[in-house]
Design a protein around this ligand. Sequence first.
Ligand code: SF4
Ligand code: SF4
Length: 458
Amino acid sequence: MAVSTFKRGLKLPARKQATEGKSVELVPVLPQVVIPINQHFGAPNEPLVNVGDHVTRGQKIADAVTPGPLTAPVHASVSGTVKKIEPRLQQNNTGGICIIIETDPAEAAGQAFMPPLDPWTCTREEALERIRDAGIIGMGGAGFPVHVKLNPPPGKTVDLIIADGAECEPYLTTDEAVMTEKPHLLITGLAIVMRITGVRRAIIGMEDNKASLAPMIEREIRLNDSGLDISIGLCRTRYPQGGEKMLIKALADREVPSGGLPMDVHCIVQNVGTLVAIAEAFTLGKPLIDRDLTVSGGACKTPKNIRAPIGAMITDFPPEFMDIDEGNLKKIIFGGPMMGNAVASAAIPIQKNTSGIILMTKAETLADAEGTCIRCGRCIRNCSCRLSPVSMNIALESGDMDEAIRAGLPDCIECGSCSYVCPARIKLVQRFRVGKQRLQAVKAQAAGKREAAAPGKV
Ligand code: SF4
Ligand code: SF4
């Protein structure tokens, strides 16, 4: 099988040995879950329950008050009693309203799922509604509501679906576990997405370090017997191969234009875990209430792939299930070490898009102290998006947002490659994240002013 890739990128130490090939272990019943009501990109949710209410696993507990496309409800991941509704620290290091449910172990088997829905006979609108009602967002990235991604606006055509199983971040082995343990659900989810979008061709993209999974997935494709053109695309193991733009370039040889989306080159990319969640929303009526993730790193004595209810915190895990070497714990990262967020505490809930929790020792982290830029150009040579990180950084430091935009800030995928190679250890990607948030805020403010001046025309 041919192996494709994209230009530039990094060869990173994989650090996956601790969890590679390990089966997914179910998290034991926990005393509580802390469920953030806003885990998606879009209009904010409001709680639908009150303190003291009894809730059942799968019951909707938060949704948008204003109906709109960019919404995704949140469901109870355990049965129990709502103890508090209050702001808690989340993986993005901001406080957000969470619903805290005290688990009732006697009701562990109870569930309030939706009735199953036949994806092959329901209408396209019913299928999109089911995906929204299940609260499914992209589980590998920014949490964009999936029903929106599967519904291209007029004028946009899609001819290729890419299932993203590249998993290029060090340490993470979640997608590999999903592809190993649930290939039938992966293919079912992919076929559902193809039916909704009317697309006949799909490629399951994975790095060549997972090539041994290909025969098993190919067997599932044959068993599915849907007549759809689904194939496997192997990519060179190279960071950030799992980025949408890189995967599209590698597998379809198409370039997403500056400021554009995969749809602009007729592609939709979905993480493999998201496709499994889609399949379960139809076959079981199950909302997105749990997810597989990797917990690893040198300060984790029991590295493993786990299935955890949304809202679980590793600080609530029994020590025989998860043993943390507190004395050597230097840094906690939610997500992968390159694109994830460093957080101040392990007592932060797992969200729908938490692909891993990495507990790092000092030896695993990069030096903290920033030096001075020596104009070596390494960040430019290694940027997979062909941007000039050094210029963006100078512009942001001097508060010149226009210049930062000209240098490519909106096209930065926050892969962290520039920070990784910078000999001065300048926190480039952290600055770009903050810069992009500021840019979003400015845009939102401008849209608000336009809306005020001419209601309904924004
Ligand atoms: S500028 Fe952005 S896209 Fe380029 S290497 Fe840095 S983080 Fe990645
Ligand atoms: S890699 Fe670091 S030191 Fe080198 S040019 Fe870029 S910012 Fe400056």
